[in-house]
Ligand binder design. Structure first.
Ligand code: HEM
Length: 523
């Protein structure tokens, strides 16, 4: 009788040899490009979850937020603006990571040659198919339905709503206090961004006094349910039904998902009732009109598609904005000289106007936009944009020694446009680790700045974000001086230590700041 060991050992040996041969084959497929090796693929849903549970171990997983933590480091070590990422599980494969502006532009421009690998977006379909997680004809339909409200007329509305919401914050919460201390700036920027997409995108006006509490029939406020769910989407997607009540976290995530859906269905019902009384042209109206079509002539939405797209716009429309604004205020607090420069520029522009700045004046707040861009360069919320090679091809990238490397890219290769690495690539950015908003005032390398992606699949909400954020910064920096909250346990830290602490981050769908304690002092 063979012992268990005498069966297991040869079988495991064969498995190991086969795995090593497969790994050698996938590494060769991209020309044996230098790069990284991890047992578990970090860019899969299960990989994300394992990275969260397991500590970052050298060859197991790089841990969470690894691209933003490593920035350009792995490319510098390889001496090239393309590296490989070889992983063994869930299946052996070699991804191609790019930090070369020209190669990235080629990939984003040639949409049919390098489409979105939709299988990588399964996590975003929690409530149904949608514009972010689709390709081809399906994506074209969603884009056609949702694009019209992203127009100048509606940006004016975004600006006015933002001014209204910030004024409401000043008048009803901050009132005449000379200083406002916040333990984490996200507590301000998350509701702020949610209120703006709620009002300007979905016609749902929320207020600081009523919408932060739990309404009757619910157990969570809308912003909390949305935040809990988006921070734990991979857990929610992978969680089997039977495991929903396993831990406090799984219970909370399940409850958040139920409540988010209930809030969205309530919004649909409320708008359908109100629409009988008035005509609107916002994002929500476009979605609802499409969902009313009886027959699918290529412009109709099913109920799942309606809810899936509502969820994605609510999520994409507020998390990225909230995180970016929070990092922006952190950086301004850490760099008082830059904040003063911004204040002076804003003061100058406002003094030349008759009253409150309007949307038409936005173009004059050049320094505000430069500060936002510099924040997005240093802390892009989306650190990597995945694409897939639809056929065998090649890509050419720069080497650090001035030469070029041509990389074979076989059909089916996953390509990562590494936003963090590109944004810290010294070929394009002088002193890439320093906060220098001024670099965005003159001539700057447009193709090396891709926080919103590029090409046909670029962010539809870019101008929406810029409009609300410039309006918020104009209001806030003109009225308040932003400082890092002094805490006795951090007395005596160096600037570098303080910078690392205040801008510390993690990643869950997007990169988010861990804790930004600030004081807003009335000017
Ligand atoms: C700081 C703010 C923002 C950043 C950095 C950002 C970034 C991005 C990026 C990188 C993509 C491409 C994702 C991919 O290819 O996987 C994207 C797509 C998208 N974004 Fe944004 N975004 C921001 C704000 C917004 C806002 C405010 C909205 C809505 C009001 C929005 C809605 C969308 C949508 C719907 C898409 C999918 C577009 C398509 O595939 O056609 N985003 N965004």
């Amino acid at each position: 009788m063979p012992t268990v060991l005498s069966v297991i050992l040869p079988v495991s040996g064969l498995f190991l040899i086969s795995l090593l041969l497969q790994l050698r084959r996938v590494a060769r497929s991209v020309g044996n490009l230098a790069g990284l090796f991890f047992l578990i693929g970090p860019n899969t849903d299960s990989g994300e979850l394992i990275a969260r549970i397991a500590p970052s171990a050298r060859y197991l997983t790089p841990g969470t937020a690894w691209m933003q933590k490593r920035k350009y480091g792995d490319f510098a070590a390889a001496g090239k603006d393309a590296i490989s990422l070889v992983t063994a599980f869930p299946w052996p494969k070699s991804d191609l990571l790019l930090a070369d502006a020209a190669a990235i532009k080629e990939v984003t421009t040639l949409r049919a040659k390098f489409p979105k690998p939709v299988y990588r977006y399964a996590i975003l379909t929690a409530f149904g198919p949608n514009i972010v997680a689709s390709e081809g004809a399906e994506w074209k339909k969603y884009r056609k339905i949702t694009a019209p409200p992203f127009s100048e007329k509606n940006y004016k509305f975004v600006w006015d709503e933002t001014i209204h919401i910030v004024t409401d914050l000043f008048d009803s919460i901050w009132r005449d206090k000379s200083s406002i201390v916040v333990d984490h700036c996200l507590d301000i920027t998350l509701p702020l961004a949610l209120f703006i997409i709620g009002a300007a995108g979905f016609g749902r006006r929320m207020t600081w006094t009523s919408d932060l509490v739990v309404p009757p029939g619910y157990q969570m406020a809308f912003k909390d349910a949305l935040h809990i769910l988006s921070s734990n989407l991979s857990l929610y997607i992978l969680l089997p039904r039977w495991a929903r009540n396993l831990t406090k976290l799984t219970k909370e995530v399940h409850l958040a998902s139920v409540e988010v859906k209930k809030y969205m269905l309530e919004m649909v019902q409320a708008r359908r009732n109100a629409d009988k009384a008035e005509e609107r042209h916002d994002l929500f109206s476009g979605l609802l009109d499409a969902a009313r079509h009886e027959q699918d002539d290529g412009t109709a939405l099913t109920k799942d598609e309606l809810i899936g797209n509502m969820f994605i716009f609510l999520l994409a429309g507020h998390e990225t904005t909230a995180h970016t604004l929070c990092f922006t205020f952190a950086l301004l607090a850490l760099h008082p000289d830059e904040q003063e420069r911004l204040y002076e520029q804003n003061k100058g522009v406002i003094a030349s106007l008759n009253g409150i700045p309007m949307y038409e004046d936005m173009g004059r707040f050049t320094y505000s936009l430069a500060v936002l861009y510099e924040t997005l360069r240093l802390f892009p919320p989306i650190v990597s944009i995945p694409k897939i090679a639809a056929g065998d091809t090649i890509l050419t990238v720069n080497n650090i020694d001035g030469g070029k490397t041509t990389v074979p890219v076989p059909s089916g290769t996953d390509i990562e446009l590494n936003v963090s690495a590109l944004h810290y690539n010294p070929r394009y950015w002088k002193d890439p680790h320093r906060f220098i908003p001024e670099r965005f005032l003159g001539d700057w390398p447009k193709d090396a700045f891709i926080p919103f992606s590029q090409g046909a699949r670029a962010c539809i909400g870019r101008r929406f974000f810029e409009t609300e954020s410039v309006a918020i910064m104009t209001m806030l920096v003109s009225n308040y001086k932003i400082e890092v909250k002094e805490e006795p346990e951090f007395a005596g830290e160096t600037f570098e230590e303080r910078y690392a602490r205040v801008t510390a981050f993690d990643h869950a769908i997007t990169t988010f700041p861990l804790r930004v304690p600030l004081v807003f002092k009335k000017r």
